[in-house]
Write a protein that binds this ligand. Sequence first.
Ligand SMILES: [Zn+2]
Length: 179
Amino acid sequence: MLCGQACINKTSSAKNPGNLQYILLTHGHFDHILSVDLLRKATGAPVLIHADDASFLTNAEHNGYRFFFHRELAMQPADKLLRDQDTLPFGNSILRVMHTPGHTQGSVCYLIDNIMFTGDTLFDQDIGRTDLYGGSMDDLQASLRKIDALPGNFTVYPGHGSVTTLQKQRDYNFYLKNI
Ligand SMILES: [Zn+2]
């Protein structure tokens, strides 16, 4: 989960002192959505996810909770569904949505200036698994090619593990080097 805090259009309130504007999901796996309803209730900020992962919020078969814990896990549906190349105002910048399927069908990266949030698509020297619901190594490789083709360098904030840069991953990530 990624929380957008930089928009300046709204004044902050007691309910939302950090002026949170979006709750942006990189994908719908249970470990990325568990606090979504609490955060939405606490702040009133809308939850956004790519359309292809929309069902993950309400289906434990899709979000992996049933597979790992043999239990149901259902959140409220998303407030807005995202598509590739959607843009959102983000402070003085524009946040861009880049659809990067593979780890899940609706995985996305969020790009703001020279920063990218890669969810479970790209980690420091690793990539996300593709053996869960909707995963596809072919799709992930195509997504890695898209990421590799981005011009310039980005600071990369993955969904797990260390912060890194895109250039370091181009240089040292086995999967990015061998696509
Ligand atoms: Zn995941």
